[in-house]
Design a protein around this ligand. Structure first.
Ligand code: FEO
Length: 619
């Protein structure tokens, strides 16, 4: 029995639907089925445009037979050689032995590669812009290589202004009795599937899609007949405008796609809180668990949204397997022009964040935000500010036309990020002072941080000019102070105090990437508070600069007591080794550095901790 649809006076859809196929191309689920479209033109000559998949072969052959009646088939145009449109060619030739198979040279080569039947006697080769005159209709062939395969061509009927578009403008989903897109609520019921079809099938070939759109824009088009999905005769421009965006890798909508990979839910909750924070700030979000949602759906969403967050646990010292597959898939689909934020998790060696960043470096124009939130097994309350900062950084990356209020909660946010209780952690103690200049992070140990005023909240820090961090703050006017607690080991003082940041990366092996809202690192371990400052004034006091700064962020990290200077000398600094026999020299009381010799110049500066001669004593 046949089932056809009349499209115009002399054009009939003779395709068929398949609702039993589980995976299209063995990769893409098609829960709503798929249509294989073929069109039969009944002009003075009869012309069949493409065939169908073997799954619906019988219905298709009955459709042709019924539509042709007693007429013979004159031409079979093969626009696309993929087997879901070509496997029935031989059956058509057997039934209609007078048929001419119209195709281009590349198509012929592929026919011979795929099938063993004798094709040469039937072939009629056409080239770009060649016209087939079928009587009333003039069919113009336009090459569209790589939309989806290299041999693809589309056909323009200049008489009725119909574009037979091959894979372009297709859609997953069976037709369910309708044939025209305007017969259904396409935006509501089919747009997601049209996007999933485009992005997964031809998403990689944006420049070729653009080339086809440019060719098609040169002619008036009143109807589009693709190989899958609905025929377009109304609002064609709306659908074409989606192709313009997708082909240029421009997002359709401003919002954040959050894809996470979480084994025990700890990475997931960080992603959930970030999504909730973004929603509170007026940003639309869509979340995916990459272990559950098929990659084709996430690829599709990626072409829709402007910003991404990838949150992944570390697995086998790499990116979690499903997240790695997703990122590779996105790269393969040529994703471009997006802003990306990354959350990583790792209980002993978090690596997934930087690995994701490295992989994304292969993409064009992907702006990966500097600050990776690094979770150590789970999100700690002290890291909520990092989530808030990531949400703000994502929002800051929206263009003004996105209509998202930037800094709408900025002032109050800054205030709410300042926990005045963090000031109670200050003592005559020891602190890690951190700064950032461009991509360079650095830090040093200081011992003078003082609260000056409460409202506005201000602090002062005194920094030795010999420190590279000093120069960075002088230039950038921003810093973070991490208040060291009593559990701080001597290695932290060595890490930040005994080298120069000019020639070493003091964070190279630290295993964390905690940052404040200002993007500057802080030390989340063996510390009890973090205070961020924005410099308002600075005073030159010879060896040191005194910086006065407004507090822009402050929070408590732990309830451990702060290290005092006395505690450091009594419990942390290694006891000095007894001098060797006959050894002469001076030892630094701060860090234990030994300067050998009979004399210590008055202007001597300890090469390790930068303290002066007054802090040395004879061995
Ligand atoms: Fe349905 Fe590229 O084919």
């Amino acid at each position: 029995m046949h089932n056809t649809k009349r499209i115009s006076d002399d054009l009939v859809w003779v395709g068929a639907n398949d609702r039993r196929l589980a995976m299209f191309e063995g990769v893409y689920s098609v829960p709503n089925g798929v249509s294989y479209n073929s069109y039969l033109l009944l002009d003075e000559k009869t012309v069949l445009l493409d065939t169908v998949d073997k799954a619906v072969q019988q219905r298709f052959l009955e459709n042709i037979s019924e539509t042709l009646g007693t007429r013979k088939l004159d031409y079979l145009i093969v626009q696309h050689m993929e087997p879901d449109h070509s496997i029935v060619i031989h059956d058509v030739i057997n039934l209609y032995p007078d048929v001419k198979v119209v195709c281009n040279a590349k198509t012929l080569a592929l026919i011979k590669q795929f099938y063993d039947f004798e094709i040469d006697p039937y072939v009629y080769i056409v080239k770009e812009n060649e016209i087939l005159d079928t009587g009333r209709h003039k069919l113009n062939f336009i090459m569209a290589p790589m939309v989806h395969w290299p041999e693809v061509m589309v056909t323009y009927d200049s008489t009725d202004k119909i574009l037979f578009s091959a894979d372009a403008f297709g859609c997953f989903g069976a037709l369910n009795g309708a044939i025209f897109a305007d017969e259904v609520d396409f935006d509501k019921d089919y747009m997601d599937e049209a996007r999933r079809y485009y992005t997964n099938i031809v998403g990689k070939y944006g420049s070729q899609v653009k080339a086809l759109l440019a060719k098609a824009s040169a002619v008036p088009v009143e109807m589009i007949c693709p190989l899958h999905g609905f025929v377009w005769r109304q609002n064609i421009g709306d659908f074409v405008s989606k192709y313009v965006l997708w082909g240029a890798y421009e997002p359709e909508e401003y919002g954040v796609m959050i894809a996470y990979a979480s084994v025990y839910g700890n990475t997931e909750i960080a992603a959930e809180i970030l999504s909730s924070t973004l929603r509170d700030k007026g940003v639309r979000t869509q979340m995916f668990d990459v272990s559950v949602t098929p990659a084709s759906e996430i690829i599709s969403a990626a072409f829709r949204w402007s910003h991404f967050v990838f949150a992944s646990t570390t697995y086998n010292a790499g990116i979690f397997v499903t997240m790695e597959a997703l990122i590779s898939d996105l790269i393969a689909h040529n994703i471009q022009n997006r802003t990306v934020a990354i959350i990583e998790n790792g209980s002993w060696a978090a690596t997934s964040g930087n690995l994701i960043r490295e992989k994304l470096a292969k993409c064009k124009n992907i702006n990966v935000l500097d600050n990776i939130i690094s979770l150590k097994s789970g999100l700690k309350p002290s890291q909520l500010v990092e989530i808030e900062a990531m949400a703000d950084a994502l929002i800051a990356a929206f263009p003004d036309k996105a209509g998202i209020k930037k800094g709408s909660s900025g002032d109050s946010l800054t205030q709410s990020m300042v926990d005045a209780n963090a000031m109670f952690k200050l003592s005559y103690g020891l602190f890690v002072l951190t700064a950032r200049d461009g991509a360079k992070d650095n830090g040093c140990i200081i011992n003078t941080v003082t609260q000056i005023t409460q409202d506005p909240m201000r602090i002062s820090i005194a920094v030795n000019k010999a420190n590279y961090t000093h120069d960075m703050i002088l230039k950038t006017k921003e810093f973070n102070v991490s208040v060291l607690s009593e559990s701080a080991a001597f290695r932290i003082f060595q890490q930040f105090g005994f080298h120069s940041g000019k020639d070493t990366d003091k964070f190279a092996d630290c295993g964390y990437d905690a940052r404040g809202a200002n993007g500057i690192r802080y030390v989340p371990e063996h510390t009890n508070g973090m205070i961020a400052g924005k410099v308002s004034e600075s005073f030159d006091y010879g060896s040191h600069t005194l910086f006065i700064a407004d507090v822009t962020q402050a929070f408590i990290i732990s309830n451990e007591p702060s290290v005092t200077y006395q505690y450091y000398f009594d419990h942390i600094k290694p006891k000095p080794q007894p001098p060797k026999e006959d050894q002469k020299g001076f030892v630094c009381k701060i860090c234990g550095y030994v300067h050998e010799g009979d004399e210590l110049p008055d202007d001597f500066i300890c090469p390790l901790c930068k303290h002066g001669a007054k802090d040395f004593e004879p061995l």
